[in-house]
Design a protein around this ligand. Structure first.
Ligand code: URA
Length: 237
């Protein structure tokens, strides 16, 4: 990106006024005086104006976080509990917010952004963005009937759930099972309520995928920026 465009995007001045700042010798790139039309790398170069580092607070951010349990997926919590923003704020100074919610006791992939349009697209029910969870549930064996009900739709107090993908991944000796479930809705506590309805309450819940983008091997409690292709994948899901 050209230096004057970068300065304008950062809100320093208009493009024309930014060019004048460059011409007046007020702008430096990595310690060297900038020149008109100079191309800069906005992620790696250090740009200063009158000695002050300029960062692009308007830049759109798209982040995935491995939310741990016992963390709330809101920006502030009136009960003083740890929030997802607490896990990121040392590295990101821009105001960002969660795209959707995960329960306090649910772990896994949560998206954060400062792009309201992106958040609206991902959370709007009409767009049916897929979300995949691994649920450890009580009960050693889900019957074919249970699986059929979960797949075809469970009658909950707020209506029948839309068709879901459901696979039993494992059955353990302690009379619990691991079930992979993909839903395209985002109702409150939906997965827990679906399993409650078939008498297999959830013990642990982890979200592993949103819009075809997976958590992969991102460590517990850590975050990273989404790649361009991941952003497109989610928007085209
Ligand atoms: N469904 C739930 O029950 N809890 C979550 O956190 C997400 C989906």
């Amino acid at each position: 990106m050209r230096i004057h465009k970068f300065l304008a995007e950062c809100g320093v001045a208009s493009r024309r006024a930014s060019e004048k700042m460059v011409r007046d010798g007020r702008v430096f790139v990595n310690g060297s005086a900038s020149v008109i039309g100079q191309d800069i790398d906005e992620t790696n170069d250090i740009i200063t104006v009158d000695g002050k580092i300029i960062t692009n607070t308007n830049k759109k951010l798209y982040i995935m976080l491995y939310k741990p349990t016992e963390v709330v997926s809101t920006s502030v919590d009136d009960r003083g509990r740890k929030t997802v923003i607490d896990l990121i704020k040392h590295d990101i100074s821009q105001r960002i917010f969660c795209v959707g919610r995960l329960d306090y006791n649910t772990e896994g992939l949560i998206l954060l952004t400062n792009d309201g349009d992106f958040a609206n697209i991902v959370t709007h029910p009409k767009n049916k963005i897929s979300k995949t969870y691994l649920a450890r549930v009580k009960g050693g064996l889900l019957t074919k009937e249970d699986i059929k009900i979960l797949r075809n739709g469970v009658m909950l107090e707020d209506g029948k759930t839309a068709p879901a993908k459901v696979y039993v991944e494992d059955v353990y000796n302690d009379n619990t099972s691991l079930v992979k479930i993909t839903i395209c809705e985002g109702r409150n506590r939906q997965v827990r309520r679906m399993f409650d309805a078939v008498n297999h309450p959830v013990i642990n819940l982890k979200r592993i995928e949103v819009g075809g983008v997976s958590l992969g091997n991102l460590p517990y409690g850590k975050w990273r920026h989404l790649t361009q292709s991941e952003i497109h994948k989610i928007l085209n899901n």
